[in-house]
Write a protein that binds this ligand. Structure first.
Ligand code: GDP
Length: 456
């Protein structure tokens, strides 16, 4: 791709399908002049940036739609190019007609993520920020939204840039020594360098450790509910899901699909997986179910074991949960149906992590939610200033940086030549630069932006 780009791209920026309004976006040198050709209203090329204009889109004399056109004159736009956003009526037919019109006039259909890619290539944002745009669009809970927003606004990038700046300083001092090789001088203070590397590695460790949480925040905490048939699993899931669903699905006429088993509790997304019990069984069909349960438990980050308190003795329960305990996953024991006889709960007093509820009567659901959330809330979450890494690509680069810094330290121990030390530092710089996009390849960009939708 050539930059600055000499072609103008067009795509639907809002979701596919009918809606009240759809927005078609154009970016590139001809964005405004092309729109002007099909727009009846004011002369758009004479209007100021950040203005809004009512008019019609016409193909020849045929009226396609009444629209509102937003103008963003380069470089004051998302892509830093001329950008036009056309709000039209949300009909798939109208959208297709308008886009076809622009293609005939010489615009090109945008590739996936191309608007954001242009924003990155034109220096509007760095790579980590561009990736956060995608995360922000797909965020579905308070925490995943918060982390993506922080990254998009450059919080993470700034941290990486600070680390890089410190390392660049040392790399340049050491490279200076190379120019004076004969004189055998040391411009870079080796003990200060060691200290800096130790500090950077500590920070890298924090960032790497945050990924476990970051991943969970972004993708939801896989939580498996294990329990015998009739323990009340479906009833409990419904109770957990209901509060949220009430907000979105009671709106008449909504056609959205709901992911039935995802629920946000205190801003954290949980993905609930409902399973059969874990008991050994002779029955073949049931045995298959047991095997599947084991697998689900293996994949989960948290296990809820639900049992009917009226038909389970403490001994039976112990047996049931022995297997779960060997999985090493955190297990919350939930005694259901305590509405029948609250005293029953006393028999289970000695068990840790036990919550008594009634799913059907909605008793003690807040306590259960607290118990669930407390399994995820780590120091990282309490401290909102801590950066949380959510992206596997960043993890790989941070790990490479860490390993290169290990080599620097090792080299210093062995007293190797400045040249080799400098080369290890450059490797660390290179790996850090991959995160924010100071260092990129076409393949890397292709890989990142192809995962975006068209129109982003
Ligand atoms: P699952 O097979 O584990 O999914 O269990 P269900 O959620 O289908 O519940 C089995 C039966 O137990 C249903 O008849 C529910 O109405 C009933 N049930 C669920 N929770 C409670 C509860 O808290 N108290 C009482 N008394 N009955 C419950």
């Amino acid at each position: 791709m050539n930059f600055p780009s000499n072609d103008t791209i067009v795509a639907l920026a809002t979701a596919q399908g009918p809606g009240a309004i759809s927005v078609i976006r154009l970016s590139g040198p001809e964005a405004i002049s092309l729109t002007n050709k099909v727009f009846r209203g004011k002369d758009l090329e004479k209007q100021a940036s950040h203005t809004l204009h009512f008019g019609t889109i016409r193909e020849g004399e045929r009226l396609i739609d009444e629209v509102l056109v937003s103008l963003f004159v380069a470089p004051h736009s998302y892509t830093k190019e001329n950008v036009v956003e056309i709000s039209c009526h949300g009909s798939e037919y109208i959208v297709a007609e308008i886009i076809k019109l622009f293609l005939r006039e010489g615009a090109r259909l945008a590739e996936a993520g191309e608007f954001t890619k242009r924003a990155f290539l034109n220096g509007q944002m760095d790579l980590a920020q561009a990736e956060a745009v995608a995360d922000l669009i797909s965020s579905n809970s308070r925490m995943s939204h918060e982390v993506a927003m922080k990254q998009m606004r450059g919080g993470f990038s700034q941290e990486i840039k600070n680390l890089r700046a410190q390392l660049v300083h040392f790399a340049s001092m050491i490279e200076l020594e190379l120019d004076f090789a004969e004189e055998d001088v040391e411009f870079a203070d080796r003990s200060a360098l060691r200290k800096l590397i130790a500090e950077i590695q500590k920070l890298l460790r924090h960032l790497l450790q945050s990924f476990e949480l970051g991943n969970v925040l972004k993708n939801g905490v896989p939580t498996v509910i294990v329990g015998k048939p009739n323990a009340g699993k479906s009833t409990l899931l419904n109770v957990l899901l209901n509060e949220e669903k009430a907000i979105v699905s009671d709106i008449p006429g909504t056609t959205r699909d709901f992911i039935e088993d995802e629920v946000s509790i205190e801003g954290i997304r949980f993905r609930f997986i409902d399973t059969a019990g874990l008991r050994e069984t002779e029955d073949k069909v049931e045995a298959l179910g047991v095997e599947r349960t084991r697998q689900k438990v293996e994949e989960a980050a948290l296990v809820i074991y639900l049992f009917d308190i009226n038909s389970t003795t403490p001994q039976e329960l112990q047996q049931e949960i022995t297997d779960l305990k060997t999985s090493g996953k955190p297990v919350i024991l939930v005694a259901n149906k305590i509405d029948a006889d609250q005293n029953q709960l006393q028999q289970f007093d000695q068990l840790e992590n036990l919550v008594g509820i009634s799913a059907s009567q909605k008793l003690h659901i807040p306590e259960l939610k607290n118990a669930i959330v407390s399994q995820v809330k780590t120091a990282n979450l309490q401290d909102r200033s801590q950066t949380i890494v959510t992206n596997l690509r960043h993890v790989a680069s941070l790990e490479k940086t860490y390993a290169a810094l290990d080599d620097v330290l090792h080299g210093l121990d062995l007293g190797i030549s400045s040249e080799l030390v400098a080369s290890d530092i450059r490797r660390a710089l290179h790996a850090l630069g991959e995160i924010t996009g100071e260092i990129t390849t076409d393949d890397l960009l292709e890989n990142i932006f192809s995962k975006f939708c068209i129109g982003k």
